[in-house]
Design a binder for this molecule. Sequence first.
Ligand code: ADP
Length: 291
Amino acid sequence: RKSCSLSPPFCSFARLRASATLSAAVVLDGTIFDAAVTINPLRDSIGQLLGHVVSLRDISGYKELQQMKDTFLSTAAHELRTPLTAVQGFSEILLTRKLKEDRKTTYLKMINEQAVHVAKIINELLDISRLESGQGMTINAEIFDLCQTIREVVHPFIETSTIHEYLFEFQTDPLMVHGDPFRLGQVINNLVSNATKYSPDGGTVTIRLATVGDYAEVTIQDEGFGISPIEQQHIFEKFYRADAAESVAGGTGLGLTIARLIIEMHEGKIWADSRKGQGSRFIFTVPLAKP
Ligand code: ADP
C-alpha cells in the first residue's frame, strides 16, 4: 500500500500484455531505488485481461556491487600495468646497455620489487575467489607462538621504511595460539602494510598483543590519516576503497575482505576503530591454544 511510482519507460512497457521483467528506477515513499520489476498479466477464466501484478525487487545492493566491480577492474588493470611497465623498462635497459655492477643491482632490485607487487595483487585475486567459493582455502591449524609470527612479519617493514617506527607491546611473550600461522601472518602483514601505506607522513605503528578470555587480541595502531565513520562501515567489503586511499596509495580494496574471511574461519573477530585525521586501530582475535 506504499506510494510507488515508476519511471516513464517502464509505464509504456506496462501496457504490454506478456509477462516481463526489467530493471527500473523506482520511487518508493519519496526514495529512488533500483529495482527489478516483474509484471505478470492477471486474467480471468476466459482469458480476459483483468490487470497486472507488479512485483518489485530492490537491486540497489547488487547495482552498487557491480559499480564497485567496474571500479575494481580499472584499478586492477592500472595496478598491474604500472609495475609491469617498470619491469619491462628496467629489463630493457639491462639487456641493451652496458652498466656498472651497482647500477645493474639497483635495476634488478627494482624489477624484483615490482614482480613481488604483481604477485601480491594476483594472490589477493586468487584468495578472494577461493574464499568466496568456499573451496581451495583451508586452515591448517596448529599451535604456534603469535609473538614470533608478528616479529617475522613486521621485520621487512622495519628494514624498508625510513619514516615509520614499529613498536611491539606484548603483555605475554611467547603467546601460544591455535590457528594457521601462514594465514594469520597474511592478516598481520596486510594490517601492518595498511598502517604503513595510509600514514604517508610516517609515525609510529604500534603492535599490541594481549589475552582476553580464551582469545589473543592483536591491535595494530597507526598515526595516519584515519577513516571516517561512514567509510568504516564499508572497509571490510569487497573492492571498497575510501576516497583518500585512492590519492595516497595503490591497492585493490580486497586486503581487509580477505583478512575478515580468514579471521572468521578461525572463529575470531576483526574490527576497526578510527577517527579521521587521528590514526586508526585495527583489532582482531584468535583462539588461544588450550592448555
Ligand atoms: P587496499 O589497501 O588495497 O585499498 P584494503 O581492503 O586493505 O584495500 O583496505 C580497504 C580500505 O580501507 C583502504 O582502501 C583504505 O581506504 C581503508 N584503510 C585500511 N586500512 C587503513 C588504515 N590503517 N588507515 C586508513 N585507512 C585504511
